[in-house]
Design a protein around this ligand. Structure first.
Ligand SMILES: O=C(O)CCC(=O)C(=O)O
Length: 274
């Protein structure tokens, strides 16, 4: 992967960027439409999340609610509740600082869940997670980012476990040229994450090992964006009132769509035809 940043030990320890590293990270993301951030998350937190995802994936109820996103590969929307109602997961300070630059101050968490590739899963179809906003490629490609997926692998990723392939720079290319430059494979250690512009072509690769390969995904977006393809019901963040109260005040804005959902349910439940 060409586009990657190794935060310094001080940046990791204080969870704060030096100005020059932040500038470089944002510049690389804008140019390549993707960025690997090394070592931003703590391994201990990820092992708790990994166990919870595996439990849910094997639980019948949740597994039947899962969406197939390829051969032996499923996507599970997850509620923001223990162990996922944790700022170190949904609000990593290094990641959030980059997102503020890319998406503006009022960005929100648009969707959250896990993709689990089972042993033997074949390579996923190469895809975009959402159609372009406009029919005219030029218009769509010239725009600044409006949504960014943060993929957070819950195991280290290699050719054996399966990687994510990314077509760097494809967010700026018309569809018929998007795959012309070849893909980069993201190998990663536990604690690394991958940021991807919603317009970048990508896909998971085959799983050659006998264990599954779970990744968490967080989609952050500008506040007006709704992913009507993956989440036609519109408001896709699930968080109960108790969990919402536990979100620190300065991070409440991330859950603006969840707040809209409860208002909408309230209003439609009380609608009167006169
Ligand atoms: O499993 C992966 O590496 C990527 C999954 C993915 O991008 C997707 O399902 O949209």
């Amino acid at each position: 992967m060409q586009s990657q940043i190794n935060p310094t030990p001080e940046e990791i320890e204080h969870q704060r960027w030096n100005r020059a590293t932040l500038d470089q990270a944002c510049h690389q993301f804008q140019e390549h439409g993707a960025l690997v951030l090394r070592g931003a998350y703590s391994e201990a937190h990820l092992s708790v999340a990994r166990q919870a995802v595996r439990r849910r994936a094997t639980d019948d109820l949740h597994a039947t609610q899962a969406k197939r996103v390829g051969n032996r590969r499923m996507m599970l929307s997850l509620p923001i509740e223990y162990p996922f109602n944790a700022p170190h997961l949904y609000a990593n300070p290094l990641v959030l600082r980059i997102l503020t630059r890319l998406l503006g101050e009022s960005f929100v968490l648009n969707s959250f869940g896990a993709v689990i590739a089972e042993p033997g899963a074949r390579a996923q179809h190469v895809h975009l997670d959402h159609p372009q906003l406009f029919d005219d490629d030029q218009h769509s490609n010239d725009l600044p980012a409006y949504a960014v997926t943060v993929l957070l692998p819950l195991v280290s990723m290699s050719r054996e476990t399966g990687t994510t392939r990314v077509w760097e720079g494809s967010h700026r290319l018309p569809e018929d040229q998007a795959l012309s430059q070849g893909a980069s494979h993201v190998s990663s250690s536990l604690g690394d994450c991958l940021l991807m512009d919603y317009r970048v072509w990508h896909g998971g690769t085959e799983v050659r090992q006998t264990e599954d390969r779970p990744v968490l995904y967080f989609v952050y977006s500008r506040p007006w964006f709704r992913d009507y393809v993956n989440f036609p019901a519109n408001y896709q963040i699930e968080i109960g009132q108790q969990d919402l109260k536990q979100v620190p005040l300065d991070l409440q804005h991330l859950f603006a769509l969840a707040a809209l959902k409860s208002e909408y349910a309230y209003e439609s439940g009380n609608a009167q035809w006169t």
